[in-house]
Design a protein around this ligand. Structure first.
Ligand SMILES: Nc1ncnc2c1ncn2[C@@H]1O[C@H](COP(=O)(O)OP(=O)(O)OP(=O)(O)O)[C@@H](O)[C@H]1O
Ligand SMILES: [Zn+2]
Length: 461
């Protein structure tokens, strides 16, 4: 049975959905003011793997990932670029989806944009004010009162008292408690805003996720995810708002991914220390990036380096090479213990590094049987391929992957195939010198040839 580490209890707990077999899963999505980086790739590939596995094991999953399309940084950037904010966010969303698609991330079932939920946000804030969980401060902003929730700090395991003493900034005139956070920000001047009972303004960041969860899931969430950077204050605030709005609401499992770190800092748009997904995908097959992410457990941080990507490529190449020249063939009896090890690892809080060691053992066996018994090699190849497919891996034709076809332009592929064809003709006429010369030309292009009885196949070094 599946166990998931729950940030709320800091333990691995047996997972059971609130409604039998149907899972409501929510992940905090991107604030769309720039292109996506590999930090986003890490978090969303992790949840993609989780959703794929949950579905594979028979659960129905409703996967919702929001889009923050209103925020100070979005407004600033659209002004700076002199572009209408809606045109700008539409463009950024399009680019985000292009990158996620290229990375093989399945689209969520719903991708709600915050600006489509302004009315629901206003309804939620109105109730929070009515029930004394929120108030209007001297600046005219609506603010959540953290003192109104005696469990504030429960998720991030911090007491209100210690949090208060850590907060050095005195907001005495503006807020009752320095930790109180904005639910509705009053417009100071002519800026992008909506009408509300509290005047023109726009929502604060945290309220959007509570509102979307309340609207789309009626407040019943099985799994709520995001990067560990969001644990405090975003998720703490979200938990507090949701429960204060509706005491019957539930978020059963909080899941947090470790963040991608570069030079000891979290990779993030605002720090500008990013490697863009699209740039990495120019040089590496999308599965290499996926393998790189999943070779570290989803809860651990990832230290990005080109070297680590190369290692991921080599590991994946090893697996594809094992599948190469096999005819995967299903047989329920084949590789039973590998299958069992796979499910045991996945059911242990999605332990993908352990899964990868199972894949390696399988690949070793396939390599041995390729020399002894092709039927068993084919059956084990089927096991390897189908298990890896559950995680969005080994889904390409091995020859295609090994040839790095997706990385080469059409002209280059044509040139390689032309040279191979020429060499084949030379070999047919026993012009060994000419054939050798052509092999060397191909080697200088980093192309490795393998002569099979009926054809020559190639792959990029
Ligand atoms: N470096 C990272 N590693 C892993 N996940 C990340 C990283 N950066 C962002 N995320 C996750 O991606 C989602 C969207 O993040 P967001 O749009 O805020 O990105 P960001 O680069 O941190 O932007 P900003 O710098 O404006 O805060 C969140 O779930 C967040 O936890
Ligand atoms: Zn959120």
């Amino acid at each position: 049975m599946l166990k998931i580490f729950n940030t709320l209890t800091k333990t691995k707990e047996f997972f059971e959905p609130i409604n039998k077999n149907k899972i409501n899963l929510y992940v905090c999505g991107v604030t769309v003011y720039d292109l996506c980086h590999i930090g986003h790739g890490r978090t969303f590939v992790a949840f993609d793997m989780i959703v794929r596995y949950l579905r594979h094991t028979g659960f129905k999953v409703k996967y919702v990932r929001n889009i923050t399309d209103i925020d100070d940084k979005i407004i600033l950037k659209s002004i700076k670029n002199n572009i209408d904010i809606n045109v700008f966010t539409d463009l950024m969303i399009k680019e985000m989806n292009k990158d996620f698609f290229a990375l093989g991330i399945l689209a969520p079932d719903q991708e709600p944009r915050v600006t489509d939920y302004i009315n629901d946000i206003i309804i939620m804030i109105t109730k929070l004010i009515k029930n004394k969980h929120a108030y209007i401060n001297y600046d005219g902003d609506v603010v959540f009162s953290v003192d109104s929730d005696h469990n504030y700090g429960k998720l991030s395991r911090q007491s209100l008292k210690s949090l208060k003493s850590e907060s050095h900034i005195v907001f005495k005139n503006i807020k009752k408690n320095p930790l109180d956070f904005v639910l509705w920000k009053k417009s100071k001047k002519e800026e992008y805003s909506w009408d509300s009972p509290w005047g023109k303004g726009r929502p604060g960041w945290h309220i959007e996720c509570s509102t979307i969860n309340s609207t789309l899931f009626h407040g019943l969430v099985d799994i709520h995810g995001g990067g560990s950077d969001l644990l405090f204050p975003h998720h703490e605030n979200e938990r507090s708002q949701s429960i204060s709005f509706d005491k019957n609401s539930k978020i059963n499992f909080w899941m947090h991914t470790g963040v991608v770190i570069i030079n000891n800092q979290k990779m993030s748009k605002s720090l500008g220390n990013v490697y863009l997904l699209r740039n990495i995908l120019k040089d590496y097959n999308a599965e290499v990036l996926r393998y790189f992410f999943l070779s570290t457990h989803y809860r651990h941080p990832i230290y990005y380096s080109e070297n680590n990507l190369k290692q991921a490529y080599n590991s994946l190449k090893y697996l594809y090479t094992a599948l190469y020249n096999t005819n995967p063939y299903a047989n329920v009896e084949a590789g039973k213990n590998f299958v069992l090890d796979f499910y045991n690892a996945m059911n242990d809080d999605f332990n993908t590094p352990r899964v990868f060691s199972v894949f390696f053992q399988l690949a070793n066996r396939i390599n041995i049987f390729k020399k002894q018994n092709m039927l068993i090699a084919n059956q084990l190849s089927f096991v390897l391929q189908s298990l890896a497919n559950c995680l969005g891996l080994l889904s390409q034709d091995p020859e295609f992957f090994l040839q790095k076809k997706s990385m080469l332009d059409k002209k280059m592929i044509k040139k390689i195939e032309f040279l191979i064809n020429k060499r084949d003709i030379a070999r047919r006429y026993k012009s060994w010198k000419e054939a050798d010369k052509l092999r060397h030309v191909l080697m200088s292009l980093d192309i490795i040839l393998e002569d099979l009885p009926n054809k020559t196949i190639w792959r990029k070094k």
